[in-house]
Write a protein that binds this ligand. Structure first.
Ligand code: AMP
Length: 185
């Protein structure tokens, strides 16, 4: 182990996440991972833990959810030696897409992915920064399922278990793992 690796393994990841009250709206405690990403040992430590969980699964592909899921998902994919496919908000991808609509607390939203980038029966690692209600991850998993792929694991930096997303995904048969947990909303 190098000195940098030693420092990364001992860093308190949770303390590097900044909480911004009332962002993007009143009552939301925004868990901001940019402070963790900006810290050399924090980023390395988080990545090491995510890769340790994912490596034994031998996935074919990493799929990351816009936008912070791109940062973590691409880094994990590079470590695992797999490809990376982005799931994006509507209208961002230039090529033909497949999409899924999903319901939010107020209204609905859509996720898109380029068609033809998921092989049928692919074992996929789904990555995002945070799971709250699980609506976003569930929609992404549905998009993968519709293309014949399996969400082998949904992997997050942060879980807000009180919002129920992890339980919802597990009820749907989707394995879930998160590195850091925050109680409350
Ligand atoms: P959900 O679909 O409710 O599980 O929400 C997860 C998505 O919304 C993820 O892409 C997160 O980046 C974002 N998100 C939801 N709640 C928060 C929060 N409290 N802090 C930071 N990001 C959040």
């Amino acid at each position: 182990m190098t000195m940098a690796e030693g420092a990364a393994s001992s860093v308190d990841l949770k303390s590097l996440v900044r909480t911004i009250p009332d962002f993007p709206k009143l009552g939301i405690a925004f868990r901001d991972i940019t402070t963790l990403l900006a810290d050399r040992d924090g980023f390395r430590g988080l990545l090491d833990q995510m890769v340790d969980v994912a490596r034994p699964l031998d996935v074919d592909l990493v799929v990351g959810i816009e936008a912070r899921g791109f940062i973590l998902g691409a880094a994990v994919a590079a470590e695992l030696g797999t490809g990376f496919v982005p799931v994006r908000k509507p209208g961002k991808l230039p090529g033909p897409t497949v999409s899924v609509d999903y319901v939010l607390e107020y209204g609905s939203d859509r996720l898109e992915m380029h068609e033809g980038q998921i092989r049928p029966n692919a074992r996929v690692l789904l990555v995002d920064d945070l799971i709250a209600t699980g609506g976003t991850a569930l929609a992404a998993a549905q998009l993968l399922r519709e293309q014949g792929a399996h969400t082998t694991l949904a992997l997050f930096a942060i879980d807000l278990p009180d919002l129920g997303g992890t339980a919802t995904l597990k009820r749907q048969g989707i394995p879930v793992h998160s590195i850091i947990t925050f109680d409350g909303h």
